[in-house]
Design a protein around this ligand. Structure first.
Ligand code: ZN
Length: 124
């Protein structure tokens, strides 16, 4: 079964580095390419106009270009303890207040669900 083997190999590299986007081996402590500490990452979500990373103390938004998966290089970092009034929805939007500004992130449905779950776990 050729196909099965291929899928297995692919799955071993499913730990995507939030910083440079390279697939790393499951259980890797540091990214092969950029050296980022991968154990910092609690959750990583790939979405349409950005990638989101959640660490112990921050939410990072890696902006992407309108077309395709390329990143713009712009990263918005929000400290978790300064995020207020988290709301989920309507129409799968993640909304919160940060430095008295209202931030609205339109997420894919499945990503919003995961974010909701992690919110419970982290007790935010
Ligand atoms: Zn990396």
């Amino acid at each position: 079964m050729e196909n099965e083997k291929e899928i297995k190999i692919e799955n071993q590299f499913d730990l995507i580095c939030p910083e440079c986007g390279v697939g790393n081996l499951k259980g890797s402590k540091n990214c092969l390419v950029c050296g980022k500490n991968l154990e910092d990452t609690i959750l990583f979500l790939e979405d349409d106009s950005f990638d989101l990373e959640i660490t112990n103390d921050a939410l990072l938004e890696y902006r992407k270009k309108f077309w395709g998966d390329d990143r713009t290089g712009k990263v918005n970092k929000y400290s978790l303890n300064e995020i207020e009034n988290m709301e989920f929805g309507p129409s799968s939007r993640f909304i919160f207040t940060y430095n008295e500004k209202r931030i609205v992130l339109p997420l894919r449905k499945e990503n919003l669900k995961k974010l909701k779950e992690i919110k419970e776990v982290l007790n935010l």
